[in-house]
Design a binder for this molecule. Sequence first.
Ligand SMILES: Cc1ncc(C[n+]2csc(CCOP(=O)(O)OP(=O)(O)O)c2C)c(N)n1
Ligand code: SF4
Length: 275
Amino acid sequence: MIELKDDRFLNYFRLDERFPHILCPGCGIGTTMATMVRAFLELGIKQDELCVVSGIGCSSRVPGYLDCDTFHTLHGRALPAATGVKLAKPELKVVVIGGDGDIMAIGGNHFIHAARRNLDLTVIVVNNFTYAMTGGQYSPTTPTHERAATAPFGNVERSFDVCFLARAAGAMFVARSTTFHVAHLKKMLELALKKKGFSVVEVISQCPTFYGRYQGIGDAVQMLEWLRARSIDVSKVSDPWHQKDKFVIGVLHDQQEIEPYTQLYEEVRERSRGK
Ligand SMILES: Cc1ncc(C[n+]2csc(CCOP(=O)(O)OP(=O)(O)O)c2C)c(N)n1
Ligand code: SF4
C-alpha cells in the first residue's frame, strides 16, 4: 500500500478500496472527476463539508471513488436524494454527478423541478451522448440520425440541449465545457460551486468504447481531437443556443441569485412555529 496521505489531491480518493478504477482506458469520466476534485481544492471545500450524490451509470460511479460523504442512489434518482441531503444538512455543499441518460432521461423530471425550485445544488452532467454502462443505447442527447446500439440505422428522435433545458427550467447558473478543455472545465466548475442556488455544468465527455465507435470518430485521442475541433467559445458566437454541430463552451447563463429553496423552506417552518 502506498502512503500518500499528505497529498491533498490524492487524499480526496478512496485509494485503498476503490482503485484501480474500472473505467475504460481513455474515458473522459476520470478527467471530469479529477478536475472536479481540483475545483474543490481550489475553493477550499473540505471533505467533511461535502456530499457527492449520483444515480446509476458509468458517470454515476464517481462518488464511489471519493473519500467524502457520498450517496450512490437508484438510476435517475440522484436529485431527489440530493434534495433530501440538502434539506437535512443545509450547511453541506451538495454536488450531483451523472450521465445524460441518468439525469436527462429517467431523472429528467427531477432535474426540471430541482431547477424550478432553485435547490442549492451543483449538478454536473457528464454528456457522452449515450447510455454507456448498458451498452451504447441512444439517450435524450444523442443527436438525430446518429447511430447507437438501439438505432443501427440512425436515431430519429430530436435531442435535448442540456444547458438550454436547465436555463428554461430556472437554473441560476449554466455552463458547458469539455474534457479536452481541462483548465476551462475547472473554471466552470468553480464558478458553479460558488453560485448560491441551482447550478449546472454540462461536461461533453468522450466514450470511445460506445459513442466514438458507433459514430466512427475513433479512439480516445481522436475523440479529444473531435472535441477540440467542434468546440467554440461563447464569446465568439452571437447566439449560443442555436449553433448546429458546435459545442458552445463557457458560461451560458448567470443570473442574480435569489433565495434558494432551503432558505424559503426554513422561513415557512419558522412561520408555522409562530415566529
Ligand atoms: C430503473 C433502471 N432502469 C434501467 C437501468 C439500467 N441502466 C443502468 S445505467 C443506464 C444508463 C446510464 O447512462 P448514462 O446516465 O448516460 O451514463 P453513462 O453510463 O453514459 O455514463 C441504464 C439504462 C437501471 N439500472 N435502473
Ligand atoms: S463505456 Fe464509455 S463511459 Fe463507460 S467507462 Fe467505458 S469509455 Fe467510459
